[in-house]
Design a protein around this ligand. Structure first.
Ligand code: AP5
Length: 242
């Protein structure tokens, strides 16, 4: 895939819990050779290591609420300043509020974009739309490998029950995939994250894909959107921007 990895690609994936952001972000990141940056994974990693941030986030996540913007933005700033994000990234689960989106635009303009040229210089924003009942099925059936591979007992089962096909690790159920927490997460999405679609739509930067389709078909829609939006710029033009 030399062609794909010689490009700079910056993508933001939007969508409700269970829409397939993590599934697609991994595929796009591998395809374009850029890091997959998931704020949810970063919080879960902090919680597992017992950091101060992780302790704070763990209780909030267990209730299905959003972590305060200031904590999230500081964490994302530190991650985006890592050298591997210099040539692009796939953001999964961030931004999640209009305030986070405004912060991100300002951050990218200040720190990433050499020669801003309006919306052309900013990441492509892809909204994944999925039927509500399908979301419930996806979240209640999700099983995750500690190394990051994602399965679904109804829709994408592993070859052997509860065992990761790739590395043989035991699959686990995420703490926030309990039904009562799922409903809180979906409510938080409707209230706090859905307005983001308007934020990006009004800036002419939103592309919507049908997330009800099988995984490869969803990836195909995203790749077409990325190519068409010109989010991929040749590295041989280093003055180019996201
Ligand atoms: P986060 O980890 O970001 O969770 P989420 O947004 O709720 O999304 P999910 O990870 O549940 O779903 P997904 O869209 O990635 O779907 P997946 O690919 O796994 O956030 C968790 C918490 O952290 C938040 O509640 C909040 O507290 C906190 N947080 C994180 N970011 C924050 C921020 N920016 N601000 C404040 N707080 C923040 O797929 C789901 C299932 O469906 C899987 O089983 C998969 O196999 C299956 N599947 C996927 N695609 C398909 C398909 N096309 N067909 C069939 N099955 C499919």
């Amino acid at each position: 895939m030399a062609d794909e990895t010689s490009r700079r690609v910056a993508v933001i994936l939007l969508g409700p819990p269970g829409a397939g952001k993590g599934t697609q972000a991994k595929l796009l990141a591998a395809r374009y050779g850029v890091p997959h940056i998931s704020t949810g994974d970063m919080f879960r990693d902090n919680a597992a290591r017992g950091t101060e941030l992780g302790v704070q986030a763990k209780a909030i996540m267990a209730r299905g609420e959003l972590v305060p913007d200031s904590l999230v933005c500081d964490m994302v700033a530190a991650r985006l300043r890592q050298p591997d994000a210099e040539h692009g990234f796939v953001l999964d689960g961030f931004p999640r509020t209009p305030a986070q989106a405004g912060w991100l635009d300002a951050f990218l303009e200040n720190e990433f974009i050499d020669n801003p040229s309006g919306s052309k210089g900013l990441p492509v924003v892809i909204q994944i739309s999925v039927d509500y009942n399908q979301l419930l099925l996806r979240l209640t059936g999700r099983r995750s490998c500690p190394a990051g591979h994602i399965y679904n007992i109804h829709l994408q089962p592993p070859r052997v029950a509860d065992v990761c096909d790739v590395d043989g690790l035991k699959l686990v159920i995420r703490n926030d995939d309990r039904e009562e927490v799922i409903r809180e997460r979906l409510a938080a999405y409707e209230l706090q994250t859905r307005p983001l679609a308007d934020y990006y739509w009004n800036k002419g930067r939103l592309v919507s894909v049908n997330g009800d389709l099988p995984v490869p078909a969803v990836t195909g829609q995203m790749v077409r959107a990325i190519e068409q939006q010109g989010a991929a710029a040749e590295v041989k033009n280093p003055a180019g921007s996201f």
